[in-house]
Design a protein around this ligand. Structure first.
Ligand code: FDA
Length: 586
């Protein structure tokens, strides 16, 4: 007999586990979350927080969203991505990134009520974790996952209490492995993982030093230092990353994965910092140092019966594009409402199959993109002449040559400008962040063809209400108070929502009857003049892709489940059939 029981046991309190626990607790589900360590992340690994992730925090509530903004470095301070010989030395090039280019900023503002920001993991995790605990999740620290067995009714998991050294069992209906890139849960469900682990070695040097005089005039999150003949590492490029402007930093530096990982002590760290900052007298206050490996691997399936994996357990990749924590939180947003509805008896267990069907393709996509982004530094190295061997004098001469007159230097300067601009696929890839479209049994396209992307789909977000896509954002206005509200705010919070317009009252009536019949919460909003929400600007009408009397059925995770372009002959039976399919009740 297991000593403890819960509905969902989550292994890991990282962004994946904590966000899922927060969502499940908000939906009223009994949850237990464990972490093998005594507290949350102690290094600020993830930081770039994209709009889609902020929409998840917004869905968790204004308290959660506003706390995140309170601790985050705002978007305006994120964007002058600098390439230089050292922070004190010559600047080689610069690009506006993370939505700070005016064109990109407009696209960001049009596509979401939420803002991109820089929120180190040491701030994000406590926000998510305390939300989970405050809302009812049971948390146990210093508790290590050991193994599990599952049967038709549930999962029995063996945990080790690291304080007493005692093993104990927890019986749950479902188990989630959110236990990071070396996931034991993923190993135990023998999920297929494609790709390679350990393709590169990196070290983090986390320190305090006031570097304002080198950076405050060109505020950025990332300063890329291209140094020929650097005597540490070996990749010829180091990253100085802002944690807090401008006195807390993280240096990311490579090491040869075929050699033993270096021991990073105070002297070593100070030497690297002095070299990259370009100040031989710099003193740093070392907070911590750690080594990690670059991975290029993803799970092709993220579930075995009652056990799921999410976050880095399922997608393991370098930090490029800042996708790790973001995707982990978005995995949680996809799975939590499904578990909640199945546990409440509102949906059939087959709804859970849609998790892997929808998120495994995203895992592959983001792992591929993140690794490709590393390779796409190549043209910058080439343009600077840093690829032809390790002769320091030769490299320095090639880099200097770009300042010469003459055709060769003209071509070199042009190649460098192009190579830096091309890095928008890493540093301004709004489409990668926002264009996720799902295909599964929990989406009913009813034969409506997927709209083609009319711009580069990695760089630009393409709003559409095609079933499977995220509901587009538009500001509409509260008919009573006049306050603006995002269309996304009308949806989510664990419930299905119907959006329609004047003439679509039959959808509302059908929804009210069906909500009772099917036993789910089904919110309805009619958007139009003298309705609860008014589309004064016409923005919603321009992007909703349905007639006023059409209907959008939106899932709790903001993705469109089904769309009726116009009123149907029998709204009630159409809606009933769709809900039966989406909820796996057929
Ligand atoms: P994560 O590894 O964070 O958490 C795993 C949890 O499981 C931990 O609580 C751990 O203690 C626990 N655990 C593991 N094994 C256990 C066991 N057997 N028993 C109990 N508990 C166990 N991402 C991003 O979105 N934007 C960014 O800008 C960056 N930047 C960035 C920079 C650097 C330098 C790095 C190294 C990484 C990033 N990332 C990132 C990636 C990001 O840090 C990463 O993707 C997330 O932390 C993954 O979150 P998870 O919750 O999946 O795992």
């Amino acid at each position: 007999m297991a000593e403890m029981t819960t509905d969902v046991l989550i292994i890991g309190t990282g962004p994946a586990g904590s966000s899922t626990a927060a969502l499940l607790a908000s939906y009223g589900i009994e949850t237990m979350i464990v972490n093998q360590y005594r507290w949350l992340a102690n290094t600020p690994r993830a930081h770039i927080t994209n709009q889609r992730t902020m929409e998840v925090l917004r869905d968790l509530g204004p308290d959660v969203e506003s706390e995140a903004y309170l601790h985050a470095t705002e978007q305006d301070l994120m964007g002058e991505n600098v390439f230089c010989e050292s922070l004190a030395g010559e600047e080689i090039g610069r690009m506006k990134s993370w939505g700070t280019h005016p064109n990109s900023r407009a696209e960001h503002q049009l596509s979401s009520p939420s803002h991109m920001n820089d929120l180190p993991q040491t701030f994000m995790e406590p926000i998510l974790f305390t939300t989970a605990c405050k809302r009812g999740a049971q948390a146990r620290m210093s508790t290590q996952y050991v193994s599990h067995v599952q049967d038709a009714e549930g999962v029995t998991t063996t945990l080790l209490d690291r304080l007493s050294g005692r093993k104990f069992e927890v019986r749950s209906k479902y188990l989630i492995g959110a236990d990071g890139g070396n996931s034991l849960v993923a190993e135990h469900i023998t999920t297929p993982i494609e790709g390679k682990m350990g393709v590169g070695g990196s070290m983090n040097i986390y320190f305090k030093a006031d570097l304002s005089k080198y950076v405050a005039h060109r505020p950025s999150v990332l300063y890329w230092v291209m140094q020929p003949g650097a005597d540490v590492g070996g990749i010829g490029m180091g990253l100085v990353r802002m944690i807090r402007p401008w006195n807390e930093w993280l240096i990311v530096w490579g090491y040869d994965i075929n050699e033993p990982a270096p021991k990073v002590d105070e002297a070593f760290a100070t030497n690297v910092a002095r070299q990259l900052v370009g100040d031989p007298d710099l003193n740093i206050e070392l907070i911590s140092a750690s080594v990690w490996t670059v991975n290029d691997a993803y799970a092709t399936h993220m579930q075995k019966d009652r056990v799921f994996i999410m976050g880095d357990a399922a997608h393991r990749h370098p930090p490029s594009n800042g996708l790790g924590s973001n995707t982990s939180i978005q995995d949680g947003f996809n799975l939590a409402w499904k578990l909640a509805m199945v546990l409440k008896g509102q949906a059939g267990a087959s709804l859970l199959d849609s998790y892997s069907a929808e998120r495994a393709p995203i895992a592959k996509q983001i792992v591929t993109r993140a690794n490709q982004s590393i390779a796409e530094f190549g043209p910058i190295f080439e343009a600077l002449g840093m690829t032809g061997g390790s002769d320091v004098k030769q490299i320095k001469a090639s880099m200097d040559a770009r300042c010469d007159p003459g055709d060769a230097a003209v071509a070199q300067r042009e190649a460098l400008r192009k190579a830096i601009a091309f890095k928008n696929y890493e540093f301004d890839a709004h489409g990668v962040e926002m264009n996720q479209r799902y295909a599964s049994n929990a989406i009913v396209t009813a034969g409506q063809p997927e709209p083609a992307f009319n711009k580069d789909k990695e760089l630009h977000y393409h709003p559409t209400t095609w079933p499977g896509a995220r509901l587009p954002h538009a500001w509409v206005f509260d008919g009573n108070t006049g306050e603006k509200v995002s269309t996304l705010d009308l949806c989510g919070k664990g419930a299905f929502t119907i959006l329609t317009g004047i003439g679509g009252e039959a959808w509302r009536d059908a929804a009210q009857t069906l909500a009772q019949q099917v036993g789910i919460q089904l919110n309805v909003h009619i958007i139009g003049p003298r309705q609860t929400y008014v589309d004064h600007s016409g923005d919603w009408a321009r992007i909703c892709e349905i007639a006023d009397d059409g209907c959008l059925l939106v899932r709790p995770d903001h993705h469109v489940a089904w769309r009726a372009p116009v009123i149907s002959k029998d709204p009630k039976s159409d809606l009933f059939e769709v809900l039966q399919q989406v909820l796996g009740r057929n």
